[in-house]
Design a binder for this molecule. Structure first.
Ligand code: TPP
Ligand code: SF4
Length: 278
């Protein structure tokens, strides 16, 4: 790990040197690039950053950065990240993962992390499929997608709308990006990290192997035609009607972040045992 920087590190200096195993063309490469550009832009020292993930192709991200990292268990990134932020408020905590990890098995944690509003950022690489387990429908898959391994006739149910749910549950910053715009994604991640409270960043990041048609997203996304709002009712109207293809910062809330008072540290094992005495 690099030592605390006097000068700003270049984006590439946040990379660990471990070669990603993602498929050629996977959108997650661009998100990795955007994240390192954002960390460089923010001027953060690698040892002041912790990346926390669950399981999935996208959840491999912490391995590829030279920051602290925790590649956790499926669906539990936010619980872990919240605990870390509460215990170490000095760290910049960024949770990362996929739509399956975050909205299926991790869905309950997602709701309650938005509600709790810890000061951290959540980047979800949404490819509307379970990539790592070879192409099952996820919560954000369209009802008529007929190439799912377990749903050959399509899932047949309405997709989960992560940003609408995030808003309704209390997230304090909501944005959508496209991996096809790496610099735009980097700028948005910087804003998300700077904004107090829980920042939710959905990145449309194609799974070129199981959803090759998502390559078309590049020509379908467009910047949202309106400025970010801090009015939840206005944000709700926008999010419910934008068909999921507008990018940019969509909501900036004003809630105070969750940060309970820190308990003193425990130095001796006997003190720890005392804490657990019934
Ligand atoms: C408890 C548990 N259940 C199921 C799995 C299998 N599993 C691994 S990754 C994954 C889904 C990954 O999809 P997503 O989060 O969308 O990430 P992607 O691979 O598309 O980036 C599943 C179901 C697991 N590892 N652990
Ligand atoms: S399976 Fe899909 S999400 Fe996973 S690395 Fe390949 S393209 Fe990316």
């Amino acid at each position: 790990m690099s030592s605390k920087a006097d000068t700003r590190l270049e984006a590439r200096e946040y990379k660990s040197g471990v070669k990603p195993v993602w498929c050629p063309g996977c959108g997650d490469y661009s998100v990795l690039g955007a994240l390192t550009k954002a960390l460089s832009g923010l001027g953060l020292a690698p040892e002041d950053i912790a990346l926390v993930s669950g399981i999935g192709c996208s959840s491999r991200m912490p391995t590829y950065l030279d920051t602290y990292g925790f590649h956790g268990v499926h669906g539990r990134a936010l619980a872990l990240a919240t605990g870390l932020k509460v215990a170490r408020p000095d760290l910049t905590v960024i949770a990362v993962g996929g739509d399956g990890d975050g909205f299926s098995i991790g869905g309950n944690h997602f709701l309650h992390t938005c509600r709790r509003n810890p000061d951290m950022t959540y980047i979800v690489m949404d490819n509307q499929v379970y990539g790592m387990t070879k192409g099952q429908a996820s919560p954000t898959t369209e009802p008529n997608w007929e190439r799912g391994k377990l749903t050959p006739n399509g899932p047949g149910i309405n997709p989960f709308q992560p940003l609408v749910i995030a808003l309704a549950s209390g997230a304090n910053f909501i944005a959508r990006c496209s991996s096809s715009d790496q610099n735009g994604t980097a700028r948005t991640i910087m804003e998300a990290v700077r904004h107090p409270g829980f920042s939710m960043v959905q990145v449309l990041s194609p799974c070129v192997t199981f959803r090759p048609e998502q390559r078309e997203w590049k020509s379908m996304v467009q910047p949202a035609p309106v400025e970010p709002t801090s009015d939840p009712a206005r944000a709700a109207r926008r999010l419910l009607t934008d068909e999921g293809l507008f990018t940019g910062i969509l909501y900036r809330g004003e809630r105070a972040p969750y940060q309970p008072p820190l308990k003193r540290g425990i130095d001796e094992i006997t003190e720890l045992e005392e804490e657990f005495r019934i």
